[in-house]
Design a protein around this ligand. Structure first.
Ligand code: PHB
Length: 395
């Protein structure tokens, strides 16, 4: 009762007693005062750096808006999700039930995302996905209040197969962490590689976030494929490339992957990353004024080089700002808010992108190669690539 009275008293001061009587406390909170932004990201574990980059990017976009959303100040609430799927629902509820956030921004790991997704669907709270590519979120379980600013897990690898065949690699081994992100990345790789005439001679895997690669690398050496393709990310990706080089495979069996393999880890991996070729919706070296301005602003604000995760966090801030501005800060006006988010075009450092019907970016996928600790762009591997959105029916 105390908090209810407090809200009513506060809103009485803001709105005047006459109108207050008509307002439920929930609505009073939602339309006045600060926008409550919940960040649910990994701040520990193999994806810790990814979480930090996403938050940094988001904060940069907000700073460029004068620190406001639709004219309102912002209050942040943060939870470290540890990339731990078993705590996903509980952690999302801390933000939604306890902190009563207006918008939930998260997360990186596909398994944890499914916990957020359940809470988002049950509560109706606006959910912005700044990384996790799990298919269900924008396919069979798509929802009007859920928008993704990153990719689906099969989107980058859908552009990989053709690029490998073009290099003459007809027999490949696939290796990944065995969970939704790796399995769905494989789906995109398999489809594009076999359609282009390639044969996958072996699928290898290990549980997330295990980094004991030795036995699997020995197996790859004895299989002698033309190339290896993989999905790894974060700290585990750096270790994989180092172990690959240490096993004597670098330069012998070309290494490919979805571009997460080489994002945010080029210092950690060092020369072991040289020559690794990947496909992704961003490249450090995109030679556009938009990308250069972003990279400069990010480096100034954080004394760090941005990566794809920073771009995705930034774009999440841009998207939310577009929506909030369209409804003049009234995030409770959901019909108008969702319409604005659905029709947004994001002028991103990755290039302009739009929302698909199932709320996932339609975007170019670039072919890149690592040279001197930079992801150099070689060309566009797939133009305006949309996920199928299979099974999505917006309620
Ligand atoms: C995911 O779990 O969906 C995921 C994690 C890290 C990435 C990409 C996808 O870099």
């Amino acid at each position: 009762m105390t908090s209810r009275r407090l809200v009513l008293t506060r809103s009485a001061a803001l709105f005047g007693a006459a109108s207050t009587a008509l307002l439920l406390p929930e609505i009073a909170r939602a339309q006045s005062g600060k926008v409550r932004v919940g960040l649910m990201l990994p701040y520990t574990g193999t994806f810790a750096q990814l979480g930090v980059a996403i938050e940094n990017g988001f904060r940069l976009a907000i700073a460029e808006q004068g620190g406001k959303l639709g004219g309102r100040d912002i209050e942040y609430f943060k939870v470290d999700d540890e990339s731990e799927p078993s705590k996903g629902i509980e952690n999302a509820n801390k933000l939604v039930q306890r902190d009563k956030v207006d918008v939930l921004v998260g997360t990186v790991h596909s398994g944890v995302q499914m916990g957020i997704h359940k809470v988002a669907r049950d509560s109706g709270v606006l959910s912005l996905i700044p990384n996790a590519g799990v298919h269900a979120a924008t396919r069979s379980q798509c929802a009007p209040n859920v928008f993704r600013t990153s990719f689906t897990n099969s989107q980058p690898t859908r552009a990989l197969g053709q690029a490998m065949i073009a290099k003459g690699h007809k027999k490949a081994v696939w290796i990944t962490w065995k969970y939704a992100a790796g399995d769905e990345a494989f789906e995109g790789f398999k489809e594009s590689y076999t359609a282009a005439g390639g044969t996958i001679i072996k699928e290898l895997g290990l549980p997330f976030p295990n980094v004991e690669f030795q036995a699997l690398l020995t197996e790859i050496a004895s299989l002698k494929p033309d190339a290896v393709a993989c999905f790894f990310a974060g700290g585990g990706a750096a270790k994989f490339m180092k172990d690959y080089a240490a096993a004597g495979l670098q330069g012998k069996i070309p290494l490919y992957g979805s571009g997460f393999l080489t994002e945010g880890v080029l210092d950690a991996a060092g020369p072991a990353a040289d020559g690794v070729m990947t496909t992704l919706h961003y490249s450090d070296s995109l030679n556009t004024p938009r990308n250069q301005a972003f990279r400069l602003a990010y480096a100034k604000m954080f004394r760090l080089q941005p990566d794809v995760y920073a771009v995705q966090g930034y774009d999440t801030g841009l998207l939310l700002a577009q929506g909030a501005n369209a409804v003049k800060g009234d995030l409770a006006n959901k019909a108008a808010l969702y319409k604005a988010l659905e029709s947004a075009t994001i002028d991103s450092p990755r290039g302009k992108w739009s929302m698909s019907k199932s709320h996932n970016p339609v975007q170019d996928i670039y072919l890149r190669v690592v040279e001197n600790k930079e992801n150099k762009v070689l060309g566009v591997a797939a133009k305006a690539l949309a996920d199928s959105g299979a099974g999505c029916k917006m309620a």
